[in-house]
Design a protein around this ligand. Structure first.
Ligand SMILES: [Zn+2]
Length: 88
């Protein structure tokens, strides 16, 4: 079980590295995963999604435009501070 998990993690990180380099050289267009706008240039940021389906673990990094990247980052920080305030 431990060996299986290690193999999956190595394979997925290799796929990410190869796909990101090919995307950069071929096209500079992307659709924001949050607002759905078609943008040109490089994504302002990307969210990291972790999927678990049974024993399979998958990583996804949807591209975000600069506006949405900022909004999500600020939202996450605000929610984190709210949770911190609520606990103390
Ligand atoms: Zn957006």
């Amino acid at each position: 079980m431990t060996l299986e998990r290690a193999t999956i993690a190595t394979r997925s990180s290799e796929e990410q590295a190869s796909s990101s380099t090919s995307e950069q050289s071929s096209t500079a267009r992307f659709v924001c995963d949050y607002c759905g706008q078609c943008c040109t240039g490089r994504p302002g940021g990307s969210g990291l999604l972790l999927w678990t389906r049974g024993n399979e673990v998958r990583y996804d990094e949807p591209p975000l435009c600069q506006e949405c990247a900022n909004r999500i980052t600020v939202g996450a920080l605000l929610r984190w501070s709210w949770e911190q305030d609520g606990e103390s």
